[in-house]
Design a protein around this ligand. Structure first.
Ligand SMILES: Nc1ncnc2c1ncn2[C@@H]1O[C@H](COP(=O)(O)OP(=O)(O)OP(=O)(O)O)[C@@H](O)[C@H]1O
Length: 807
């Protein structure tokens, strides 16, 4: 008898071992395999989907020199900061273009390009497309936009037989880039060629080919040869002169792509006399930047100006020298019908100088954009659809933030709202097409934050504008008090009680940002002294004169004659028109990520990347994809099938173990119960540990095994008032089905469910015949799927963290 019993014990132990081992293997199968992280093409497939695993996956891919990864319907582009041979070659472009299913290729910006291209020429319902490229400064937006444009130029050209036409199309599509970059970019601490503007470019198509639009280009290559010296003379820019407004004095003009810019201007039809005028005006601005002011010896006198620079500025801008001097140093005050002249202080003079430069530069930039648009835009009768390309500055948070950051972050807030709406809509449509039953929760969107910034009747913008209309000196402290009085009901605004500076903090979708109020109202008014405008209207330079000729300038408003158009109003209007276009198109999102702050090749800094993933909404995307998990139902089905297979193996082994246990119990051994308990207590903690390690599961509040109907097969809930299970949607789903397979009893009842993402819901958990568990969560996303032919279990999806409260 002893021999038999010992044999049974040995057998049972073996079986238990094999059960646990296979469990370990099966669990490993479901959770990410770190060695293979770089093979995950879609971040929402990483399991569990948490910011940390997503980060690991991106890092693994970056180390393996894989720079593109999908994140649901978004493409994440990591900047390699070094040329990657062959990644963007013509052959690769053609491959993606010719592929029957490009989305099955490795993630690439060309998939996005091709998808939009195919959609826009859809046979049934061609739809305008928008490609939204975002990311922080230096992340690679301009690069990506250029890549997309090059792709379309190549694709459009490939349908043309004539090489000449191919080149023309390329020139047309890419031609404006050097000009826009030369005028709109600047060398900043973060990026030596940083775009200082957001741009939306429409590539217009007539059905299937990119239009070869009106061409008005001239070829004047001879003009370029050796022209630099002559031009320097003409522009009064001697080689040895330093300029206060050029950060890299050591750089020569040639290095700053002058040649390329001029060629682009020629291609776009900017004739020689206009080019000369443009460069003279720019040279005039450089000289203006060198104008210094010396304080006057007496208060009633005006500041002195640096003779040399002031003379050159007046010559280049073709304005009267004395008028230039007086409008920089004297302010005209209107007292009733009388004008009173008041000398400006040294710092006021500098502000006026900077203001003059800014207003000229801004008008010139606008003129260029209009010119390029007129030159490139086809007659509306010639095109029917377009692909829009939006290259937009990303979310910003510095040590000190002011109106610029508020506007930029507001734009990003709008885009994020558009993104979330589009993303959820896309998912819901997919569920419907797949015939899946689903219920969807309302996703917590950022409308509250947008109301705070732009809403009516009271918002930050409306209060800023009101302050501006009052036409009195602004007081930051008073404004802060007004904000507190009018807006403190909005949960998205707060104030740091310990900060001495007047400020407000906005909880953006990406992060909290504290904005200083000092200077904000002045920036919103952005006043241009009227004397400066009259000076420019008197310029003998026909271009400069025409830029200011219409007299419709904001300075008018300051004199109280017409409505003041503030910076935030202008920004909001322009954003509104952009959003209108975006809403009428199918969007495609590309999020560019800067893997390190120093632009070092192939260097991945985790903390940098995670901050950007949060700021550009990827973490949100992951959360949303968890909320609506799965994005692609085939993915779940495949996962579920895999799990079923493993579960049934586990179950078989478990059953066999139980048979041995039965045999032991039947043998009525004195020590049977002890033995069974020992077995169970060594098996279950191991399971707990495994899950903890691999799936970020905290099963700590699930107790040691308990005896249920004499069997040590239960994990039960604690007697504590709540049980916290911190795991992903898929993790939870697996635990549930595993518990079902293992016949782990859940007490039937209603449980309150709290998650880290959604409001409270109610879960009813009911044991089903044959040991499965039915979990029903109200007001939460549920995906009904066939779990198992035997154990039909409703699958709970959508949480990173769930709190089940005991009834
Ligand atoms: N895919 C890429 N391959 C190689 N180099 C790249 C790639 N993407 C970006 N870079 C390099 O990274 C640098 C910064 O890129 P880019 O100027 O496009 O940034 P950005 O996001 O447009 O910045 P900003 O907002 O300041 O204009 C550039 O020098 C560019 O050449």
């Amino acid at each position: 008898r002893t021999t038999v019993v010992n044999g049974l014990k040995d057998r049972a132990q073996d079986l238990r071992k094999s059960f646990i081992d296979s469990l370990e293997e099966d669990i490993r199968d479901f959770l990410i395999n770190e060695a293979e992280l770089h093979t995950y093409d879609d971040l929402t497939k990483v399991n569990p989907v948490t910011p940390s695993t997503v980060l690991k996956c991106l890092q693994a891919r970056y180390s393996a020199k894989v720079f593109y990864t999908h994140a649901g319907c978004t493409l994440v582009a990591l900047n390699p900061f070094q040329p990657i041979p062959h990644l963007y070659s013509l052959d690769v472009m053609r491959e993606y273009h010719a592929a029957p299913q490009p989305q099955e290729f490795k993630p690439h910006i060309f998939i996005v390009a091709e998808e939009a291209y195919r959609n826009v020429q859809g046979q049934v319902e061609p739809m305008n497309q928008s490609l939204v490229v975002s990311g922080e400064s230096g992340a690679g937006k301009t690069w990506t936009s250029r890549c997309l444009m090059k792709y379309y130029a190549t694709v459009a050209a490939s349908s043309q037989k004539c090489q000449d036409t191919v080149e023309k199309i390329e020139r047309r599509v890419l031609g404006s880039n050097p000009i826009m970059e030369a005028f709109g970019n600047a060398c900043t601490l973060r990026n030596s060629n940083s775009s200082r503007f957001g741009k939306y470019i429409q590539l217009q198509l007539n059905g299937s080919v990119l239009l070869s639009l009106r061409f008005t280009h001239e070829h004047e290559p001879e003009m370029m040869k050796g022209a630099t010296e002559k031009q320097r003379l003409e522009w009064m820019l001697p080689l040895d002169q330093d300029f206060a407004w050029l950060p890299h004095a050591e750089k020569t003009l040639e290095e700053d792509c002058l040649q390329e810019t001029v060629e682009a201007m020629i291609n776009l039809g900017i004739d020689e006399s206009k080019r000369t005028q443009i460069f003279r005006i720019l040279a005039g601005l450089l000289q203006l930047g060198n104008v210094d002011f010396r304080p006057a010896s007496e208060e009633a006198q005006t500041c002195d100006l640096d003779e040399h620079s002031k003379g050159k500025t007046a010559d280049l801008l073709q304005v009267p020298l004395d008028e230039l001097q007086s409008c920089l140093t004297v302010r005209t005050l209107h007292a009733g019908k009388q004008n009173v002249l008041k000398p400006c202080s040294q710092s006021e003079c500098s502000v006026r100088r900077d203001c003059l430069a800014k207003v000229i530069y801004a008008q010139l930039f606008d003129w260029l954009v209009t010119f390029i648009n007129n030159s490139m835009c086809a007659d509306s009768s010639m095109w029917c659809n377009f692909i829009g390309l939006l290259d937009v500055y990303g979310f910003e948070c510095f040590l000190l933030n002011n109106l610029e950051q508020l506007c930029i972050n507001y734009a990003n807030e709008k885009l994020q709202q558009h993104f979330v709406a589009h993303y959820l809509k896309a998912q819901q449509e997919e569920y419907v097409t797949e015939g899946l039953q689903w219920s969807f929760i309302r996703y917590q969107d950022n409308q509250g934050c947008l109301d705070l910034i732009e809403g009516s009747p009271s918002s930050i913008f409306s209060l800023l504008n009101e302050d501006c209309r009052l036409n009195r000196a602004s007081d930051a402290k008073q404004f802060c008090v007004r904000l507190q009085k009018e807006l403190s009901h909005n949960a998205s605004i707060s104030w740091d009680k310990f900060s001495k500076q007047p400020h407000f903090t906005v909880a953006h979708y990406a992060d909290k940002v504290s904005y200083q109020i000092e200077g904000m109202m002045e920036k919103n008014k952005d006043p241009v002294p009227p004397e400066l405008i009259s000076l420019l209207q008197n310029s003998q330079d026909s271009l400069l004169h025409s830029l200011f000729a219409d007299g419709d300038h904001e300075s008018e408003g300051l004199r109280g004659h017409s409505k003041v158009v503030t910076v935030v109003s202008k920004f909001r209007n322009s954003l509104e028109s952009l959003m209108k276009i975006l809403h009428s198109t199918t969007p495609h999102y590309t999020r560019c990520i800067k893997p390190n702050p120093d632009c070092r090749p192939l260097t991945f800094k985790r903390e940098e990347v995670i901050a950007q993933l949060e700021a550009c909404g990827i973490v949100e995307t992951i959360n949303i994809s968890a909320a609506g998990f799965p994005i692609r139902s085939w993915l779940v089905r495949r996962e579920i099938r895999k799990w079923h297979k493993a579960a049934s193996v586990i179950q078989t082994k478990w059953r066999r173990w139980r048979v041995w246990m039965d045999a032991l119990a039947e043998a009525e051994l004195d020590d049977a119960e002890d033995f069974i308990e020992n077995e169970a207590s060594s098996a279950l903690p191991k399971l707990d540990r495994l899950l903890k390690e691999r799936g970020s599961v905290q099963l700590s509040s699930i107790q040691e095994p308990v005896m249920v109907r004499g069997w040590p097969i239960g994990l039960a809930m604690t007697s504590a008032p709540s049980i916290t299970v911190s795991l992903t949607a898929t993790g939870f789903q697996r635990i549930m089905s595993m518990m079902a397979c293992l016949k782990i009893p859940f007490r039937n009842g209603e449980y309150k469910v709290k998650t880290n993402q959604f409001d409270q819901g109610v879960a009813s958990i009911r044991a089903q015949p044959r040991g499965s568990i039915k979990v029903h969560l109200q007001r939460s996303p549920l995906l009904y799927a066939d779990m198992h032919p035997v154990h039909k279990t409703d699958v709970v999806t959508g949480f990173n963290q769930i709190l089940l409260e005991r009834p």
